[in-house]
Design a protein around this ligand. Structure first.
Ligand code: IVH
Length: 686
């Protein structure tokens, strides 16, 4: 790598500087994707910040044309207090809906009649279930972007849009169309199903309400006032149209789609030309058949008249163009009756109302519970116990109540009231300003404590085998433990006194507890159950502070200075350590001799300059990933064993390289040893 100093040195010539700049941009793009999108950083926070700083410094001294698309421009804006209104240069229309082939044919007949033509050709596109945005590019540079809003005025979410890795900050040039001075590009911001599930799992872990579906998650993420939060959300974008296109002249919608792709915009690869309405219907059926295998949710297909002059001729009615149609899939909905609304208390005291319903089959799955999220949601939908309701399951997502079937109201339904006292401990319930959730404020609430102990012992945290929900509750109810630190003082005699505790299982549990006495620091921080501190944040904190003591004495400023830690997380960390009850538990951990292990910073791993050869298959990663790990830490990977090989990593079913290494006395290490060396000790599968 060329010059690695933090500030550009005077002797660095211009060419070298530009080379380093482009190298840094690539490296940072790579690491920020690992960090934000894939949730798997390869380098430490400090290293990332250092690269960013180096790039910022170089860019300040050696400005170039690519600056607008540099990673330095993506994140970095301060949180807003609210979004500025944004008037769309050309209004954003909506789409008329059609259900079934009959209505699709009606649409085509109407167009042929109005246009007095025999046949119309179309472009057919998947209808993504996200939220529509309008992006402004000037001379090829991304300038601003906004949500659709009411179609005339949306919200300026430019800073958040910039954090979407697939959104080009700079358009590419293409041979057929010059880049216009001004263009509005339209598309859909969405979240894929898998990252959505992952995000929700993380939210639940962190004591936050999960999003009902990927659409809500995408909308909620894009409308964050703090772009740092948006940056952590796995958002994607597909572009499917233009608004006022300035001097860009197009003849057909298909040409627009092709040109958008050539300009470097992500365009859905499933978009097709359809030469008549039969082809459109075949497309609709095909997309319906592959719907569940797509990585993102769609709720139908969109048909658009291809020729733009025909579009112009057709015009629009009541804010929907006559030349486009949304052909919707039937939703996976079903009707049932709400028998009860119960309230669950989570680890952080959040009260979640849950509808208990007569079991009903929705798209092949028997459903009997649906989350109602919070009181506002219940009031908004006016859901009462005894109501007949329509419920919906979107993909694999937790079922939701769509609406009450009001025509079935008898008058005997009971309105729901959030309890004034915690259903578990009877303590006061509060709702803080600006929060949708009601919380039980009692830190000793048994429901919270049990949840807390269960969380402490869970796999991503201290990983105490055998200590699940039942046993946590049993130990707590038997008054053997009151908090997680008490686990370390349990005796075999106490355990044997419990129902159904045999000698062997008591020993196993004590062994598992014993094994957890030297946890990795990040696991321990996560296990503490600090609100908003999930696995990832815990890792960041562990890397930054290196010890629990250092974290405990950190002030607000030091916390928020960490990339990705905003004021809300910082506040919750400060509150946690300021709380007397928590301090008592922490002291108890210390008395128990618990000693969290500081992470090995990547810079100190023994991989720098070392040469590795892999043989056999690895359990935790593929070869390419292993190679990337080695390279990111300054090592190299070779395919054959030579005198210069530093280590041979032997996976499952190693080949002849293993023998060769042994003959030449080259150190052979296991996958586990390799991972430890690379500063990513193994997380053992259950
Ligand atoms: S075109 C005038 N194309 O559907 C045309 N919309 O009900 C306006 N949508 O707000 C939109 N995929 O959020 C278009 N391929 C697609 C789409 C699409 C999803 C959404 C978009 C829009 C809504 C209209």
């Amino acid at each position: 790598m060329a010059g690695r100093e933090d500030s550009p040195s005077k002797i660095m010539d211009k060419e070298a500087a530009h080379q380093r700049i482009s190298e840094l941009r690539k490296t940072i793009e790579y690491h920020s994707a690992r960090y934000y999108q894939q949730d798997a950083p390869e380098i430490s926070d400090a290293e990332y910040d250092r690269l960013m700083k180096e790039l910022q410094n170089l860019e300040a001294c050696y400005p170039d044309d690519e600056l607008a698309s540099s990673p330095t421009q993506r994140v970095g804006a301060a949180p807003l207090s609210k979004f500025a209104p944004f008037t769309h240069p050309q209004p954003m229309l909506s789409l008329a809906n059609a259900f079934g082939a009959g209505e699709i044919r009606d649409f085509d007949s109407r167009i042929r009649r109005l246009a007095k033509v025999e046949r119309v050709d179309y472009v057919a596109e998947p209808k993504l279930d996200g939220l529509a945005v309008n992006l402004i590019y000037e001379n090829g540079q991304f300038r601003r972007g906004a949500t659709r809003g009411d179609g005339a005025v949306g919200e300026d979410v430019s800073q958040n849009l910039k954090t979407i890795a697939s959104l080009p900050l700079k358009m590419k040039t293409c041979a057929s169309h010059t880049i216009p001075e001004f263009i509005e590009v339209r598309g859909e911001v969405y979240m894929e199903k898998e990252p959505f599930e992952k995000l929700n799992r993380r939210r639940v872990e962190e004591g936050e309400a999960p999003f009902a579906n990927p659409r809500n998650a995408a909308a909620g993420s894009l409308r964050q006032l703090d772009p740092k939060i948006t940056a952590r959300r796995p958002l994607n974008i597909f572009l499917y149209g233009v608004g006022s296109a300035g001097n860009a002249a197009f003849g057909s919608h298909w040409e627009i789609i092709q040109t958008l792709a050539a300009w470097g915009f992500p365009v859905n690869p499933l978009i097709r030309q359809a030469s008549d309405i039969d082809a459109c219907i075949a497309y609709f059926e095909h997309i319906a058949s592959i719907r569940s295998s797509l990585p993102y949710d769609i709720d139908g297909v969109v048909l658009k008249v291809n020729r733009l002059e025909l579009q112009a001729l057709l015009g629009s009615v009541s804010r929907s163009p006559r030349w486009a149609l949304a052909c919707k899939f039937p939703a996976e909905q079903a009707a049932t009756v709400i028998q009860d609304i119960i309230v669950q208390v989570g680890r952080t005291g959040t009260l979640t109302p849950v509808a208990v319903m007569e079991p009903v089959n929705v798209g092949g799955v028997l459903v009997s519970r649906a989350t109602l999220h919070n009181e506002d949601e219940i009031l908004k939908k006016d859901i009462r116990v005894g109501d007949a309701v329509l419920i919906q399951r979107a993909g694999d997502v937790i079922p939701e109540v769509v609406s009450v079937i009001l025509s079935k109201r008898t008058g005997r339904e009971k309105e729901f009231r959030m309890p004034r006292a915690c259903p578990e401990c009877g303590s006061e319930i509060v709702r803080q300003a600006g929060e949708a959730a009601h919380r039980c404020v009692n830190l000793s609430c048994p429901a919270q404590l049990k949840e807390h102990i269960r969380h402490f012992a869970s796999r991503g945290a201290m990983d105490i085998e055998g200590l699940g929900e039942k046993l946590s509750a049993q130990l707590f109810d038997a008054k053997l433990i009151n908090d997680p630190a008490d686990l370390y003082f349990l005796t075999k005699e106490q355990l044997l006194g419990l129902d159904r505790q045999a000698e062997k299982s008591a020993e196993n549990l004590l062994d598992a507890i014993e094994r957890s006495r030297t946890p990795a620091l990040d696991k321990f921080i996560f296990a503490l159950g600090i609100r908003h501190v999930g696995e990832r944040t815990a890792k960041l904190l562990a890397h930054h502070f290196g010890s629990l003591e250092a974290l405990m004495s950190a002030g607000r400023e030091e916390l928020t200075a960490i990339h990705e830690i905003g004021p809300e997380i910082a506040q919750s960390i400060l509150e946690f350590f300021a709380e007397a009850k928590n301090r008592i538990v922490l002291e108890k951990f210390q008395r128990a001799g618990l000693s969290p292990q500081a992470p090995v910073p990547p810079a100190q791993t023994g991989l720098q300059g070392k040469s590795f050869v892999f043989t056999g298959s690895l359990e935790s990663m593929g070869r390419n990933e292993a190679k990337a790990v080695v390279e990111s830490l300054g090592g190299v990977v070779h395919s054959s064993v030579t005198g210069k090989t530093s280590y041979v990593v032997a996976g499952r079913e190693p080949g002849s390289k293993l023998e060769k290494a042994r003959k030449q006395n080259i150190p052979v290490i296991s996958e586990e040893e390799f991972l430890t060396m690379a500063g990513r000790p193994i997380r053992r599968p259950a």
